[in-house]
Write a protein that binds this ligand. Sequence first.
Ligand SMILES: Nc1ncnc2c1ncn2[C@@H]1O[C@H](COP(=O)(O)OP(=O)(O)O)[C@@H](O)[C@H]1O
Ligand SMILES: Cc1ncc(C[n+]2csc(CCOP(=O)(O)OP(=O)(O)O)c2C)c(N)n1
Ligand SMILES: [Mg+2]
Length: 317
Amino acid sequence: MNEFQLIRRYFDRPAPGAVLGVGDDAAILAPAPGMELVVTTDMLVEGRHFFAGTDPASLGHKTLAVNLSDVAAMGARARWATLAVALPAADEAWLAAFSRGFFSLADRHDVDLVGGDTTRGPLTLSVTLIGEVPAGQAIRRDGAVAGDDIWVSGELGGAALAVAARYGRAPDVGLDTLRNAARRLDWPEPRLQLGERLRGLASAALDVSDGLTGDLAHLCERSGVAAELWLSALPCAEALLALRSSAPALFAAGGDDYELCFTAPRAHRAAIEALPAELGLRLTRVGRVAAGEGVRLLDAPDGAPVLLTHTSYDHFR
Ligand SMILES: Nc1ncnc2c1ncn2[C@@H]1O[C@H](COP(=O)(O)OP(=O)(O)O)[C@@H](O)[C@H]1O
Ligand SMILES: Cc1ncc(C[n+]2csc(CCOP(=O)(O)OP(=O)(O)O)c2C)c(N)n1
Ligand SMILES: [Mg+2]
C-alpha cells in the first residue's frame, strides 16, 4: 500500500458539506451567509498526549474530540476538519481502527474531513477544525464580569486519575473505578450541544484541557477578573468523592477532562439549571467571578484556601 492508496482507503470519504473535499491541492468551503468561522488546531503526540499502544480507535476519536471541544467552547457548530498524521508505518489494522474511531465521531456531529497531510514519522496526530457561529455570537474568553457564576459541565478528575495510574502514581481505587477513569481519558465526549445552548447565556467559556484552575486563569486574564473555586463543589464520579479531598489536584488541576467551564450572570441561573434535563449532562456551579486577578481555590464558599502543587499541565515545565 503506497501513500495515496492509504489516503484513499482510510481518509477519503464523501464531504457533502464542502464544495470540494479530499483529492485536490486544497479543499473549497462555503460558509453559510451570516455566519462567522471559528478555527482551531490541536495535536496529539505519542508519549506526551497518549501512551504507546493506545487503542487506535480511541486515538481516532480523541484526536477529533479535543478539537471539537474547542469549537464547543466557542458556542459554535463544527463543520469541516483537516487531519495531519505522521505514522511510523502503514499498519492496516491500526489505520482501519483509527479511521473508524475518527469517522464515527465525525458522523455524529456532521463534520466532513476535507483534507490533510500524511507523512512517515513518530506517531503524531493533528486536526484543524473549522466551525460556524452566527456573526457576533461566539462565546469568548474575555466576557466574564465580577459577580458572575462559574459553571462546569460533566465530571472532573477521572482522566487525570487514569494518567496517574499509568505512571504508577495513583491511589488504589479499585479496578472498576479505574476502568471508568480510563474511559474518561480515552473517549472524551465534546460538549457541542451544550456550547450551542450557552450562546446568549454564558458570558465567557473555555474547555478544560490542561486542568480547571490553570485553564480558568486564562479566562480570568482575558476578562480582567479574578475567580474563586470551591473544591467541595467540583463535580466528580461518586466513587471518587473521597479522593477529591485527599488528592485535590486531580480534580482542580488534572487535565484531559474536555468539559466546558463557563461564566454566566446570576440572572441566567434558572435557565442554566434547566439545561441538564434537556441535554442529559450535569452542570455544576463551582465558584464565582470577583474583581481583581488570579484564581483562588477554597474548600467551600467562604472556606479555607486549598494549596495545590501545580495548577495545570504545562508542556515545558
Ligand atoms: N504555534 C502557535 N502559533 C500560533 N498560535 C498558537 C500556537 N500555539 C498555540 N497558539 C494559540 O495560543 C492560544 C492558546 O493555545 P492553547 O493553550 O493550545 O489553547 P487550547 O487549550 O484552546 O487548545 C490559542 O489561541 C492558540 O490558537
Ligand atoms: C502519556 C500521557 N502523559 C500525560 C498526559 C497528560 N496530558 C498530556 S497533554 C495534557 C494537556 C492537554 O494537552 P494540550 O496539548 O495542552 O491541549 P490544549 O490545551 O492545547 O487543548 C495532559 C493533561 C497524557 N494524557 N498522556
Ligand atoms: Mg492547543
